[in-house]
Design a protein around this ligand. Structure first.
Ligand SMILES: [Zn+2]
Length: 541
């Protein structure tokens, strides 16, 4: 085959894959199924719904839309929070009726700040489109009165490179929504720099889920739900935040969805392994946005509509579903502004003021049971109930518990890890002078290395034992006090057995055997378990 012909064939294959993604050729939806998901006729005036438009909103259309919005409205301000790997600006809209737009001024307004983010996954466009409609409605439409009681910050497209390719991942093929502890990606760094400035009380991360793919392969069924929702489920998230998310936000959002005739459930998924017939509720890992935001002491939701794999089918309904649930969450925040602020503020204080010795849940497992899920026959569209082995994460079963230290210490060489912690709003300090301290050290007693990389890292599962010892820390060693609101984010990154820890993802390399024959190896992270007065300086990055 000539190289020219090969190139042509490759180009044709590429084009086909692209068209498949846009036109759902993997599963051709029969009319009987299509009829089950009618439009809601909310008449959006965002780019994807312009007359004659048959594809999704392009990057240029999205940027033009947000620029026009800020030109014609006093309530909307546009900020660029950073650049994607391919140099696309990542826009952020700030919606307020106050003159102030700086983060500090907005916090002084004493109104809750709600953060909406879309398109961490580039092939899940409905949430980002709904956010453009929400921005319009806040600036000059039905939601404008809410701006007397809250501030809204919107990131409509967190992954502009993925969206330009219509792929889940970023330009270097990494998943942003597994990067909220390890910070490999400029997109995640930009998001968290802005988050640290605005410190929102309520966050909603919008996605779309697979309609057929794995459900069709494993059970010959397709997903029947319009939308799945889940709040932060990491076992360390303060209980009062979970209660407010469940009893106030989820209750009102699901009532609004039901009123519009939309079917909802807890967010669930299943693996790509066809032989694996288990179904999991959204997981416990600290490094997904929903959990990272919850660990920071915020009310945090994941929301997903049925969208992946069906191209532009039912796009109006998918965008409307996001719009209805987001509108409900904004109204809930406005109607309960004082309660939301007081609860979040108390939760953050409780994290900062928890006693040393209180347990940190280092590992936890979902509860195993059985559930009935609503599915559809892929051909007839008839209702089917799928009974599956289901892993529930609402009340996780704790595994390893470890007493909370006063602080963690890291050697001066781990500057990059200290910087990653600071990107999660963790205050990091340094030792001004050398100090010998009585600390707990971790010894590796077992280590299992994963067979394949995951998100660019070889995952390592370790078992450690802690023991007391005197360690001399040089000047410049990093100290992370637990007396701070983002202490939980430090703990999940530094406790070696934690699923997203710096040890687990290989950022702190460890061996099972130490330098002395037969001795276990030591993790260069130390726990200060007694209060100490230390000469400290703020770390600079
Ligand atoms: Zn997603």
């Amino acid at each position: 085959m000539t190289s020219l012909r090969l190139i042509t064939l490759r180009a044709a294959a590429c084009l086909c894959a692209f068209l498949c993604a846009l036109t759902a050729c993997a599963y051709d939806e029969p009319a009987a199924v299509r009829l089950r998901f009618p439009d809601l006729s909310l008449a959006f005036d965002t780019p994807a719904f312009a007359p004659g438009k048959t594809d999704f909103t392009s990057y240029e259309e999205m940027m033009a839309f947000v620029e026009r919005l800020t030109e014609r409205s006093d309530s909307a301000t546009l900020r660029i929070i950073g650049e994607s790997q391919e140099g696309r600006s990542i826009p952020m809209l700030i919606l307020t009726n106050a003159r102030a737009t700086s983060a500090a001024d907005l916090q002084r307004l004493n109104r809750p700040i709600v953060w909406l983010q879309g398109l961490q996954h580039g092939d899940e466009p409905a949430g980002g489109e709904a956010m453009l409609a929400i921005a319009n409605a806040l600036a000059a439409g039905e939601l404008k009165p809410l701006l007397d009681r809250l501030t809204v910050v919107i990131i409509p497209r967190a992954n502009p490179d993925g969206a330009a390719r219509f792929t889940r991942r970023t330009a270097n093929s990494i998943d942003i929504n597994r990067d909220h502890i390890k910070f490999d990606l400029p997109e995640t760094v930009a998001l968290h720099r802005a988050l640290n400035e605005y410190q929102p009380q309520v966050l909603v991360d919008c996605h779309e889920f697979s309609v057929h793919n794995r459900w069709l392969q494993k059970w010959n069924l397709i997903n029947a739900y319009d939308v799945t929702l889940l709040y932060a489920t990491n076992a360390n998230v303060p209980q009062e935040l979970t209660a407010l998310a469940d009893e106030l936000y989820r209750a009102r959002a699901t009532a609004a969805l039901e009123q519009a005739g939309l079917r909802h459930y807890w967010y669930f998924t299943t693996s790509y392994d066809v032989a694996d017939k288990r179904v999991q509720m959204g997981g416990l890992a600290p490094d997904i946005a929903r959990n990272t935001f919850g660990l920071a002491g915020s009310i945090s939701f994941l929301m997903e509509t049925r969208g992946v794999g069906i191209g532009r089918e039912h796009y109006e309904r998918r965008v409307a579903t996001h719009y209805i649930a987001l509108r409900s969450m904004l109204e809930t925040t406005a109607d309960n502004a004082a309660r939301v602020q007081a609860t979040v503020s108390a939760a953050r204080s409780r994290i900062a003021e928890a006693r040393a010795g209180d347990p940190i849940i280092v590992t936890a497992q979902p509860r195993k049971g059985e559930r009935d899920l609503a599915m559809l026959d892929p051909v007839s569209g008839e209702e089917r109930t799928l009974t599956v082995a289901f892993e529930d994460t609402l009340q996780p079963v704790p595994g390893i518990l470890r007493p909370r230290p006063y602080a963690y210490l890291l050697p001066p060489s781990y500057r990059d890890l200290a910087r990653k912690l600071s990107l999660n709003g963790v205050r990091v300090q340094t030792l001004r002078r050398p100090a010998t301290l009585d600390v707990e050290a971790y010894a590796i007693v077992d280590k299992k290395v994963a067979a394949a990389t995951e998100e660019g890292h070889v995952h390592v599962a370790v078992t450690t034992e802690t023991s007391r010892k005197n360690v001399r820390f040089p000047a410049g060693s990093y100290i992370v006090s637990m007396a701070q609101p983002n202490a939980l984010l430090a703990a999940v990154a530094l406790e070696p057995e934690s699923a997203s820890s710096f040890v687990a993802i290989g950022l702190i390399p460890v061996d099972k055997r130490g330098s002395v024959e037969g001795s276990p190896s030591e993790v260069p992270v130390y726990r200060l378990t007694a209060p100490a007065r230390l000469p400290l300086a703020i770390a600079e990055f």
